[in-house]
Design a binder for this molecule. Structure first.
Ligand SMILES: Nc1ncnc2c1ncn2[C@@H]1O[C@H](COP(=O)(O)OP(=O)(O)OP(=O)(O)O)[C@@H](O)[C@H]1O
Ligand SMILES: [Mg+2]
Length: 298
């Protein structure tokens, strides 16, 4: 969930409880964030949507990321695997501005320097992040969650509590179908299964039309059937979005990397001790002795 969305959810809850609205004309939000950012143009003419180079993050002298470099192409689906503590989540923290590295560079496209931006602003330029734990607004319906996500988009902010246009209604209907929650639209989100909540959160991210989606252990806690459906959902997003998927579920990684149009070209990156240990097709990394030793052979 993005900071913008969190704020929109708080506003919706306040409205629900009859409390005064924050932000808007009175400037609460602007006062909090200081300014409205006009994001730089995303330039992907060189084919790369995300470029990390020589990233180092230390926690009290311990290097959580150590000379980490990664290059993700536009429309690519990249799976990232590796043992607990390898630095996978920390890498996402760096991309989203939650953690500033001690060293290195991080670019969105070829021109947007992520390290020079704040977390709130990065969430606005087309990078969506799904944390491991589902974070939806439990007291709102499925439909209302998607509606909020749509309206939390800065371009639609002015109409936060106004009626949806027919085009917006269509977008929500399409999303409900895509995330398999059409029959649950009026249900309170808090009553959904864990897997359904995960889908709803993914749907909320997609309402904001991110160019790059970062998904941290999206199928953790899902049933086999939910996992299978999630693989299908991600495969359907490929191309239109670039995806970075961190998972321990190797069956799921197998589904993502051996299906879809670009299956032959798909790469898996193995992180270990804060660096890239191996990168290649799933078959290549599975056959890599070092990878078997530190991760797959467990
Ligand atoms: N804020 C922090 N302060 C201190 N150490 C941290 C902090 N965040 C992460 N670490 C450490 O950095 C290392 C990398 O953690 P990270 O959460 O990125 O691993 P991961 O690859 O996501 O692991 P998992 O598969 O268990 O989710 C771990 O040793 C962790 O304990
Ligand atoms: Mg993690």
């Amino acid at each position: 969930m993005t900071p913008e969305l969190m704020e929109a959810g708080t506003q919706a809850l306040n409205k629900h409880l009859g409390l005064p609205e924050l932000g808007g004309e009175s400037g609460g939000r602007e006062a909090a964030y200081g300014r409205v950012v006009e994001p730089g143009q995303l330039d992907v003419t060189h084919g790369s949507i995300l470029y990390l180079d020589d990233i180092e993050v230390s926690f009290d002298g311990f290097k959580a990321l150590n000379k980490l470099s990664l290059n993700i192409s536009v429309g690519e689906m990249r799976c990232i695997i590796g043992p607990n503590g390898a630095g996978k989540t920390t890498m996402m923290d760096v991309i989203t501005g939650k953690t500033k590295p001690d060293h290195g560079s991080a670019y969105f496209g070829s021109t947007i320097d992520l390290l020079a931006m704040r977390e709130n602003d990065i969430a606005q330029i087309g990078i969506g992040r799904k944390f491991q734990k589902p974070t939806v607004f439990e007291h709102l319906s499925v439909f209302e969650n998607l509606e909020l996500a749509l309206k939390a988009d800065r371009r639609a902010r002015a109409s936060l509590f106004f009626k949806l246009s027919s085009e917006q209604l269509d977008r929500i209907a399409d999303m409900l179908k895509l995330i398999h929650l059409k029959s649950q639209a009026q249900r309170t989100a808090g009553l959904l299964s864990h897997g359904q909540k995960q889908w709803l959160e993914i749907g909320m991210l997609l309402m904001q039309d991110p160019k790059l989606l970062l998904l941290d252990e999206p199928v953790a806690g899902m049933t086999d059937e939910e996992t299978e459906r999630t693989a299908e959902l991600f495969l359907s997003l490929e191309g239109a979005h670039s995806l970075v998927v961190v998972e321990h579920d190797m069956k799921f990684i197998g589904e993502l990397t051996t299906r879809g149009e670009n299956a032959a070209k798909k790469k898996v990156t193995v992180l270990h001790e804060g660096s890239v240990l191996a990168e290649g097709s799933l078959a290549e990394v599975q056959a890599n002795d070092k990878v078997v030793e530190v991760y797959l052979g467990r």
